[in-house]
Ligand binder design. Structure first.
Ligand SMILES: Cc1ncc(COP(=O)(O)O)c(C=O)c1O
Length: 354
């Protein structure tokens, strides 16, 4: 039982089949193939946006770092949550791709930045050539704690950021899970609320290795193609990235996967909630779980073969009592929660925000 990350399972069948289906024959290279060209109208229709520009890449880190590179100059600040993936888990890729811009982490419960926190920070800044000017805000949807920003929260943050001259990026590594949780449209959760660039994740929800940078403002798209090439993220056989994204969107496969993953996470949370001594640090809103396990239970689970990450030592409870046999009971629930799980990968806990 491996609950470590939504990346520990393979790709879903329709996506693998699409790769094989599009393997035969010759096609133009470097994104000039019909599959890649077809992504633009496909995403434009999905996001109800006529000028949307699409840049497929193979990893979420590349999507985030390249997106931030067009938003923030080398001397600029990029605001994010203090636990954001861009801040803690991308080995400095945003700083590298922006040629030196600095990330500044803001606090907030559940991985969310509150509008007042953002406004307070921006309004309180001294404006002097000695200080790096803030140029962008990036929000993770789901957050690093598995929480969902509501459309109203996104809109409020974007209003404040735009009011201070910042552009706004969304790290949508778990975009589908968030969308499924909110039940709104892709447009409502992004550009209509003020998002300027989105890292549209697919790898965590069924793709083999595919994400797309979606740019809602034409001026921000201008240099991205060169930056993508320079970063080594224009695949010569681009058809395989496109085939994954096309199959991901076809027949709402992405939405079905995400809804299933969210349902399995809720089911697991419900089971865990019945066990005395186990509680969740945050409510389950998407496909991630952050249970607080008593030490003895944690050991029993690991001995029984369950794999998951410690998520933060700060939040570990002190002095939890463990009932006799509690470990076995949880293992059984976990087993049943995984039946038919496939892509329904949810994390029991996460460390290092993988
Ligand atoms: C919130 C978030 N953003 C981005 C990523 C980047 O993913 P990758 O490992 O594909 O670079 C991850 C991966 O765990 C993530 O959790």
């Amino acid at each position: 039982m491996n609950f470590a990350s939504d990346n520990v399972v393979g790709a879903s069948a329709p996506i693998l089949e699409a790769i094989v289906r599009h393997n035969g024959g010759a096609m133009p290279a470097y994104g000039a193939d019909p599959l890649t060209l077809g992504l633009t109208p496909r995403f434009r229709a999905l996001f109800q946006h006529e000028d949307l520009a699409v840049f497929p890449v193979a990893t979420g880190t590349a999507a985030n770092a390249l997106a931030l590179a067009v938003m923030v100059p080398p001397f600029g600040l990029c605001l994010c949550h203090e636990e954001a993936h861009v801040m803690e888990d991308e080995c400095g890729a945003p700083e590298f791709y922006t040629h030196g811009a600095k990330l500044h982490g803001l606090p907030g419960t559940g991985g969310k930045i509150a509008p007042d926190t953002l406004d307070g920070f921006l309004s309180g800044l001294t404006r002097h050539v000695k200080q790096m000017p803030p140029r962008a805000l990036t929000l993770s949807q789901l957050t690093e704690s598995g929480q969902v920003y509501t459309v109203e929260e996104i809109a409020a943050l974007c209003r404040i950021a735009h009011g201070h001259g910042l552009t706004v990026h969304m790290d949508g590594a778990r975009f589908a899970n968030a969308l499924s949780a909110l039940g709104c449209s892709p447009a409502e959760m992004t550009w209509r609320a003020g998002i300027d660039i989105l890292s549209f994740g697919a790898s965590k929800n069924g793709a083999l290795a595919a994400e797309a940078i979606l740019v809602f403002r034409q001026d921000l798209a201008d240099t991205l193609e060169y930056r993508r090439k320079r970063a080594g993220h224009i695949l010569s056989k681009g058809r395989f990235l496109a085939a994954q994204l096309e199959a991901y969107l076809a027949d709402d496969h992405w939405l079905a996967n995400a809804a299933h993953a969210n349902r399995m996470a809720a089911r697991l949370a419900e089971g865990l909630g019945r066990i005395p001594g186990v509680r969740l640090a945050w409510p389950v809103q998407g496909n991630e779980l952050f249970p607080i396990l008593p030490d003895g239970l944690d050991e029993a689970l690991r001995r029984g073969g369950a794999l998951y990450y410690d998520w933060t030592s700060r939040s570990l409870p002190a002095g939890e009592a463990v009932r006799a046999g509690e470990g076995e009971e949880v293992l059984d629930l976990l087993r049943r929660g995984r039946e038919g799980g496939d892509q329904a990968d949810h994390r029991l806990a996460r460390a290092h925000r993988l």
